[in-house]
Design a protein around this ligand. Sequence first.
Ligand SMILES: [Zn+2]
Length: 122
Amino acid sequence: MRFSVSKNDPNTVHMNAGGYGTPYFGKILSPGQIDLYPAGRGMRAELTELIKDFAADPAGFSAAQGKLNHSCVYCSKGLTTNESLAVGYGPECAKHYGLPWGKFAPVTKPTRQELVNDEVPF
Ligand SMILES: [Zn+2]
C-alpha cells in the first residue's frame, strides 16, 4: 500500500498498491472523507485499518513503505540511498514538504514484530 500526497492538493492523499501503474484504490480528502475507486470498493475495512496505521505514525508508515517499495512515498521516484530508504522519501520531497532527511532523519519506530522480539522484561 502506498499513500501519496497529491501534487495539486496537499490535503488529498492517494492510495494505491505501490506506485504508478498499480491498482488505484481511491483517495482521502481533506475533510476526512474517503473516495473509493472500483479497485478499493471491496477493501473498505482493510483500507480503513491501513489509514489508521498511517495516521497514527505517518513517518514510520512512510519509512516502512519506502523500504518495501524502494520508491518515494510521495512522488514514486526510486529511492537509491540509505538516507532516503531510512525515511521512505527522497531529498526533493523532503525539501518540498519541509521534512527531515539525511543526517537529521529521525530514527523510525520499531515494528510490532521488532518490539515482540526485543521485549524488555519488567
Ligand atoms: Zn519524492
